[in-house]
Design a binder for this molecule. Structure first.
Ligand code: SAM
Length: 276
């Protein structure tokens, strides 16, 4: 029988995608997360939505990994704060000098912390400086989370990552998140964000994805997928848009030799912002 998954479990599927081409994603630890149940779901998703989804997620991870690695090497950032981190493995892929705050829903973050602590103890993963915080971005969480983050981060220069999350939350909750980023960050700090612009709704792959989500994703009543225009990023107070890529531009950059049927690619957009 076909099994559905909940929003927090989508993180198993993205980890599985990253594990499928580690030469591209550079995520050598992604294979630790998928389960037989989420692998079966991933197979259905790839068959029914887009055969390019593993490729797209490997590209996305590689892009942010390379960008953040460069900033770390240049001493521009000292901490990565990953909002809706899921099972991303950046702490173990980036230089060990970087500190990390991982944030996700209570279920996900408790599970991730338990596993990561165990794998560090048993030598499966190297030791890293990581703090785990829980928050549900659909609730009134911002003031509490802000205090906790500031206590851990102090004055450290940071990169805030919001990857694979905006699709699942609404515009009000998005504004609360970006307001919080502005309050947490100082001049020179960075935000990396991922979303779909509205125009992507017309592609065959996106239509298949929303149909699949409707049938196979157990979401709460509040869930209505969100798209975000470039304009949102270009007009955020106190942030300058530094870089804008999308799946097809990254494919061209990292794997120009691979043949692509572009309307079958879920063309996600990636933005890098810098606070001034
Ligand atoms: C598709 S996964 C992406 C995970 C990770 N960022 C990545 O790129 O692999 C979506 C993540 O967003 C988190 N998420 C979705 N809605 C959320 C909410 N309301 N509050 C906190 N986290 C949320 C989920 O728990 C999940 O880990």
């Amino acid at each position: 029988m076909e099994e559905n998954i909940a929003i927090f479990e989508t993180a198993f599927v993205t980890a599985d995608f990253r594990a499928m081409d580690t030469a591209l994603s550079k995520d050598a630890h992604a294979h630790l997360w998928p389960t037989p149940r989420t692998k079966a779901y991933r197979k259905d998703y790839v068959a029914q939505v887009s055969a390019y989804e593993p490729f797209a997620h490997c590209l996305r991870n590689r892009f942010f990994l390379d960008y953040m690695a460069q900033l770390t090497t240049n001493n521009e950032i000292e901490m990565l704060i990953n909002f809706g981190c899921g099972f991303s493995m950046y702490p173990f892929l980036l230089p060990k000098t970087l500190g990390h705050i991982e944030i996700d829903m209570p279920n996900t973050i408790a599970f991730k912390e338990e596993k990561v602590v165990h794998w560090q103890k048993t030598g499966v993963l190297p030791k890293r400086e990581i703090r785990f915080l829980s928050a549900d971005f659909n609730t009134d969480y911002a003031a509490r989370l802000k205090d906790k983050i500031l206590e851990i981060k102090g004055n450290k220069r940071c990169f805030i990552l919001l990857e694979g999350v905006l699709f699942f939350i609404d515009r009000n909750d998005t504004h609360v998140l970006f307001q919080l980023f502005g309050e947490l960050q100082q001049e020179g700090d960075y935000v990396g964000s991922v979303s779909f612009p509205k125009a992507v709704e017309n592609s065959s792959a996106f239509k298949k994805m929303t149909t699949f989500a409707l049938e196979r994703l157990n979401a709460n009543e509040k869930f209505e997928y969100q798209t975000v225009e470039d304009h949102f990023y270009a007009t955020l107070p106190k942030y300058r848009l530094l870089k804008h890529e999308h799946t097809l531009s990254l494919a061209n950059l990292y794997a120009p030799e691979r043949p692509l049927h572009s309307t079958e690619v879920l063309d996600e957009h990636m933005y890098i912002l810098k606070k001034y």
